[in-house]
Design a protein around this ligand. Structure first.
Ligand code: MGD
Ligand code: MGD
Ligand code: SF4
Ligand code: MO
Length: 694
C-alpha cells in the first residue's frame, strides 16, 4: 500500500483552511489541519473533517444524467459525457440564435471557486449575466465600502486590535478557519469585544458589551454611534480634517439620532449604546468585523456598510495595525468581486448595458446579477427573456428567498442544466445534470476577498470515475460550441489567475502559498483614497447620480412593527433567518451522517416565555407562518433571544418528503430586492407567527 500526504486547501466552506490529505492507493483515508497555514494554523472544522464521507458518499452523482419523461418528471437516466455536452451546446447555441446571448444565464451559489471561469465563459459567449447571491452576501460590503473609502471593509485586523466589534457576524460558525485564530489572539492580549446581534451567540456571551438589537435597525444604531462620537468629541479630528469630505454635513445629519431615540428604535438600552460607542471610539486601535450575511441582507445594507466605513474612518481606524486593513489579495483582480466581474470592463458596452438589474440598480454593474432580477425575466420576459440557465454549485430552490417562485421560474425555462455532487430540489428540475470533481480531486487557485494570500489547491486523488473538474467541463463545452477566446486547458486557466504574481501553476505548486506584504495607510503614500474626491466619502455627493442618498439612510424594515403595524397585529413576532450552523454549509451536508447527527432538524430559536404563552413545548414541531405561507419547524427554547424575536436557520430540505416546501424557510421569506443600491433582500428582518400543529 502506497501512502502519500498531499498538502492542499479545504473548500467545504469559504475559509480555505490548509489541510493535509492522507492518500492510500489513490483513495483519501485521512485529513488533518496544516499547522503552517498562515491563518488556519492547523484548525479544521467538522465539515472539513467529513471530507471522506462526502467524496465517497453512496449518493454522489457519478455520471451525467438526462431527464426523461418531460419537465414534470423526476426520472433521470445515465448518458455519456459526449452526449450530455452535445445536448447542452446545442441548446445554448439555439437559444442564443433565437433570443440573443443575454438570454443565457450561468449561476453559482456562494461561488465555490468557479466564478472567474464561468464569468469568462459567458463573456466569450456574449452574455453579461453571471448570477450569484452577491446582493445578499458580500456585495453590499464591497459596494458600500468601496463607494466610501475605495476598498472593501473585509479585513479587520483582530490579532492586533484592542477593541473589536462583531457587527451582525458570528465567525465561530461562519468563518472559523479564517478568523478564530486572530480573534483569540486579540482577546488573549486583552482586547475588548462588542457584539451587535439579536441572538446571544457564544461571542455575545463572551463580549464586554452585547447589544441585543431589534433585527433590521442597524443603521439607526450606527448613526447614533456617530452622533455620540461627534457630540463627545471622540473622533480623530486630524484624520477627519485631512482625509474625509462632508463631515460637517454628517454632524448636522446625525444631530437627531440621540441615544434615547435609538433605544426606542433598536430596543437597546440607552446606557449600553453610549457605553459601546464610547469604548469603541476611545480604545485604539479598534476594528469592525461585519457579517456578510448579517450586514448584507437588509433594505439598507449598502447604507449600513457606508456607515460602518465612516465609523472606522472618523475614529482613525482605517488602514492602521489593529484597525480595518486594506489588504490586496495577490491575485485580487482575477478573483470574484475583482474588476474581472465588472461588466463595464469585461464585455463590450452594448453587452454590459444589457446586464440584468443595472437599469434599476446601476452599481450592480460591478458585481454578479442577483437571482431576484433573473426570475422575473424568465417569468415575465422583462426586460427581455431568459431562456436557459446553467447552475454550478447552487441549490437555487432552497437557498434563495421565495422558493416557490424560484422553482416556478426554473420550471419555465427552455433549458436548465445543473452541476452538483448530489441530487437536490434544484437538480431535480434540470434537463441535464453533470457530476463535478470534488476539491480534493482538482487543481485550482484559491484566493479570497479577504487577507493577502493566494493558495494552491492540489489535486490529491483522481476524480472518482466519470466525475469531471468543472474547469474541464467548461473547456469541453467551449470547444463544442466553438467559443472564441476561451481557455484551451486547465493549466492555461490557472496560469491566467496567477499572471499578477508572474508565476505558472507548475512553479506555484512548489511553494503552495504566496502572500503580499500588508501596507498601512496607503492613502498617505499615494496622497489619495481611491474615491471620486480622493477622500473618505462621508458625504458622497456622486451617489446622487444613481439616485442614492449621499449620507447613509436608516430604513425601517418594510415588514415590522413600525412600518407595517397592521401586519404586525397578525404576525406579532420578528423573524430573522439564516444564522450559520458550523456543521452545514447553506443547504449542503444534511446527508453526511457525522454532520447531521448534531442538527438533524431545523430548530426555531424562541424565547421560553413566548413559547409558553403559545402553549408550545421545547422540542415541539410547530408551524411558522408569514404572509407568504407556512413551514414546519421544531421549537427550541432559547433564553438568548428577545421574546419578541425568533430565529430560523436556512438550508433545510433533506430527508423529508417535499422538504423544500415543508421545512425550507425560504418558502416564506421575502425576495423583494429592497436595497436601492445593492438590490439586497430583507431576509434578516421579517414578521411571522408561530402556531401549534395540533
Ligand atoms: N433565508 C436565508 N437564505 C439564505 C441566506 C440566509 O442567511 N437566510 N444566506 C444566503 C447566502 S449569503 C448565500 S451565499 C446563499 C448560498 O446559496 P448556495 O451556494 O446555493 O447554497 P447551497 O444550498 O449550499 O447550494 C450549493 C450546492 O452546491 C453543491 N456543491 C458544493 N460544492 C460544490 C462544487 O465544488 N461544485 C459543484 N458543482 N457543486 C458543489 C452542494 O452539493 C449544494 O447542493 O444562500 C442564501 N440563502
Ligand atoms: N458553517 C457555515 N459557515 C458559513 C456559511 C454557512 O452556510 N455555514 N455561509 C457562508 C456565507 S456564504 C456567508 S455570506 C457568511 C455569513 O456570515 P455571517 O454574517 O457571520 O453569518 P450569519 O449567521 O448570516 O449572521 C451573523 C449574525 O447576524 C445576526 N443577525 C441576524 N439578524 C440581524 C440584524 O438584523 N442585525 C444584526 N446586527 N445582527 C443580525 C445573527 O443572529 C447571526 O448570529 O457565512 C459563511 N460561512
Ligand atoms: S472551516 Fe472547515 S470547511 Fe471551512 S475550510 Fe476550514 S476545515 Fe474546511
Ligand atoms: Mo453568502
Amino acid at each position: 500500500m502506497a501512502t502519500t500526504f498531499v498538502k492542499t486547501i479545504c473548500f467545504e466552506c469559504h475559509c480555505r483552511c490548509g489541510v493535509i490529505l492522507e492518500v492510500v492507493d489513490g483513495k483519501i483515508t485521512g485529513i488533518q489541519g496544516d499547522k503552517d497555514h498562515p491563518f488556519s494554523h492547523g484548525y479544521t472544522c467538522p465539515k472539513g473533517r467529513a471530507c471522506m464521507e462526502i467524496v465517497y458518499h453512496p449518493d454522489r452523482i457519478t455520471s451525467p444524467l438526462v431527464k426523461v419523461g418531460g419537465k414534470e418528471s423526476t426520472h433521470f437516466e445515465k448518458i455519456s459525457w459526449e452526449k450530455a455536452l452535445d445536448v447542452i451546446a446545442e441548446n445554448l447555441l439555439t437559444i442564443r440564435e433565437k433570443w440573443g446571448a443575454e438570454s443565457v444565464v450561468f449561476g453559482s451559489g456562494t461561488t465555490r471557486g468557479m466564478a472567474p471561469y464561468l464569468n469568462k465563459f459567458l463573456a466569450c459567449f456574449g452574455s453579461p449575466n453571471f448570477m450569484a447571491p452577491s446582493n445578499m452576501s458580500g456585495g453590499p460590503i464591497v459596494l458600500g465600502s468601496t463607494a466610501t473609502a475605495g476598498f472593501s471593509l473585509v479585513d479587520p485586523d483582530y490579532a492586533q486590535s484592542k477593541c473589536m466589534i462583531l457587527w451582525a457576524h458570528n465567525p465561530e460558525a461562519s468563518w472559523p478557519g479564517l478568523y478564530l485564530y486572530d480573534i483569540n489572539q486579540g482577546l488573549k492580549k486583552g482586547a475588548k469585544l462588542i457584539v451587535v446581534d439579536p441572538r446571544k451567540t457564544n461571542f455575545a456571551r463572551k463580549a464586554d458589551i452585547w447589544l441585543q438589537i431589534r433585527p433590521g435597525t442597524d443603521v439607526a444604531l450606527l448613526l447614533t454611534f456617530l452622533h455620540i462620537i461627534i457630540k463627545r468629541n471622540l473622533y480623530d479630528a486630524e484624520f477627519v480634517q485631512q482625509w474625509t469630505n462632508g463631515f460637517d454635513k454628517l454632524v448636522e445629519y446625525v444631530e437627531d439620532f440621540t441615544p434615547e431615540k435609538c433605544e426606542s428604535i433598536t430596543w437597546i438600552p440607552t446606557s449600553k449604546i453610549i457605553e459601546a460607542a464610547t469604548v469603541f471610539a476611545t480604545t485604539k486601535p479598534a476594528c469592525i468585523g461585519a457579517g456578510m450575511g448579517g450586514v448584507c441582507q437588509a433594505n439598507d445594507a449598502f447604507d449600513l456598510v457606508r456607515g460602518l466605513t465612516i465609523l472606522s474612518a472618523i475614529t482613525g481606524n482605517l488602514e492602521v495595525p489593529g484597525g480595518n486593513l486594506n489588504c490586496t489579495p495577490p491575485t485580487g483582480k482575477r478573483s470574484c468581486y475583482g474588476p474581472d466581474f465588472d461588466a463595464a470592463r469585461n464585455v463590450s458596452k452594448d453587452v454590459a448595458k444589457k446586464k440584468l438589474g443595472v437599469d434599476k440598480y446601476p452599481l450592480l454593474m460591478q458585481i454578479p446579477c442577483p437571482p431576484q432580477v433573473v426570475w422575473p425575466a424568465i417569468i415575465e420576459g422583462k426586460p427581455y427573456h431568459v431562456k436557459a440557465i446553467g447552475l454550478f454549485a447552487n441549490n437555487s430552490v432552497c437557498a434563495y428567498p421565495n422558493s416557490a417562485f424560484v422553482r416556478e421560474a426554473l420550471m419555465k425555462l427552455d433549458f436548465l442544466f445543473a452541476v452538483d455532487y448530489f441530487h437536490t430540489p434544484t437538480t431535480e428540475l434540470a434537463d441535464i445534470i453533470l457530476p463535478p470533481a470534488h476539491w480534493s480531486e482538482r487543481d485550482d487557485i484559491e484566493d479570497l476577498l479577504m487577507k493577502n494570500h493566494v493558495f494552491c489547491q492540489k489535486k490529491a486523488v483522481e476524480p472518482i470515475p466519470e466525475c469531471r473538474d468543472e474547469k474541464q467541463i467548461l473547456i469541453d463545452l467551449a470547444e463544442k460550441m466553438n467559443l472564441q477566446g476561451y481557455w484551451k486547458s486547465v493549466e492555461e486557466m490557472l496560469n491566467y489567475r496567477l499572471e499578477p504574481i508572474q508565476m505558472t501553476f507548475e512553479e506555484f505548486k512548489k511553494i503552495g502559498v504566496y502572500s503580499t506584504p500588508i501596507e498601512y495607510k496607503r492613502y498617505e503614500k499615494k496622497g489619495t483614497f481611491k474615491t471620486p474626491s480622493g477622500k473618505v466619502e462621508i458625504f458622497a455627493e456622486y451617489l446622487t447620480m444613481f439616485n442614492l442618498s449621499p449620507l447613509p439612510v436608516f430604513r425601517e424594515p418594510d415588514e415590522g412593527p413600525v412600518a407595517s403595524p397592521d401586519l404586525y397585529k397578525d404576525y406579532p413576532l420578528i423573524l430573522t433567518t439564516g444564522g450559520r450552523i458550523l456543521e452545514y454549509y447553506h443547504s449542503s451536508h444534511r446527508n453526511i451522517p457525522s454532520l447531521r447527527k448534531k442538527h438533524p432538524d431545523p430548530e426555531l430559536q424562541i424565547h421560553p416565555e413566548t413559547a409558553q404563552k403559545l402553549n408550545i413545548a421545547d422540542g415541539e414541531w410547530v408551524y411558522i407562518k408569514t404572509p407568504r405561507g407556512k413551514i414546519e419547524i421544531k421549537a427550541k427554547y432559547f433564553e438568548g433571544i428577545d421574546p419578541r424575536v425568533v430565529h430560523a436557520p436556512h438550508g433545510f430540505w433533506y430527508g423529508v418528503d417535499d422538504g423544500w416546501k415543508r421545512i425550507n424557510i425560504n418558502m416564506i421569506t421575502n425576495d423583494k430586492p429592497l436595497c436601492p443600491a445593492s438590490a439586497s433582500v430583507p431576509i434578516k428582518a421579517l414578521l411571522c407567527r408561530i402556531e401549534k400543529m395540533k
